[in-house]
Design a protein around this ligand. Sequence first.
Ligand code: PHE
Length: 345
Amino acid sequence: MANEKITQIVANALEKIKASSIADELVELKNTFLGKKSELSSMTSLIGTLPNEEKKSFGAAIHEAKEKISVEIEKKLAIFREKELNEKLAKESIDISLPGKDAHVGARNPFHVIIDEITDIFLGMGFEVAKGPEIESDLYNFELLNLPKDHPARDMQDTFYIDANTLLRTHTSPVQARTMEAKKGEPVRIICPGKTYRRDDDDATHSHQFAQVEGLVIDKDINIGHLKATLELFAKKMFGEKREIRLRSSFFPFTEPSVEVDITCANCGGKGCNICKGTGYIEILGGGMVHPNVLKMNGYDPDKYSGFAFGIGIERVAMLRYGIDDIRKFYTNDVRFIHQFGKKN
Ligand code: PHE
């Protein structure tokens, strides 16, 4: 009689387990059929009322029934859990065949790229990088460079004055005087890349703000051959091995003799074309041998020391190198212009 009841409970339970469709239902069935208040559990309390010889087999039957139900519930729960997991994985899967989002990578302004390139070339020749202020005094910008007050050559550099003695430097040459002052008569081999300012009409080749790389070498027995060789090496590294340079005589108050340096035109190789205006050459910088007055004023004995100096127009070099047709493009921050240099950097 009691065993029959147990069989019935098990059958009922198995049927319900079979019919269940979600894990929650099974958890409930577990409670109903195996919990403290389940029929099987309450039947356990009947054991005491049974004759001794039946007690053992009745207890075993209840245990077996519970075991059977429990196993079935766990089996089905495992199925549900696996299904749930698979569904979750399917939902969360990433389609790696889809194209990714493009990372937005900016580009450096060619102005900075070219400064780094020029600097690298001169570092390779043993130069150090020197710095100086953009707001400069009349003393360093002009006087210590052999340009006394009222010297007519000051007209070559139309200057932004802040007050009578303070100005925006018109060239990087004041760094020559500052370096000589700092080196106190020791040999010098520096470059100084930096911004410079002149009152100027803004057009395709002029800007009130531009930049130069100053170069200065002072030592014993320095001659113009050193200047030429240094600039030739620079021109070839910057513009290609085939480039030749040419020195033309010129005038700067702080160098004597002074030269303008041209490179052969890349477009025609020196034959003459519309880019070099038929001359075969393009001017890239000014330079010369440091004037004895400049050496003297800055603490060097011109009988013992000599030197050369040069000033390279940075935008000029970048324009020739990259085929840029307007200097203002460096300063207007048009991203369409700057992005063209992204891949090369
Ligand atoms: N400072 C000169 C200029 O701005 C260039 C220069 C530098 C010339 C050094 C000679 C020596 O035009």
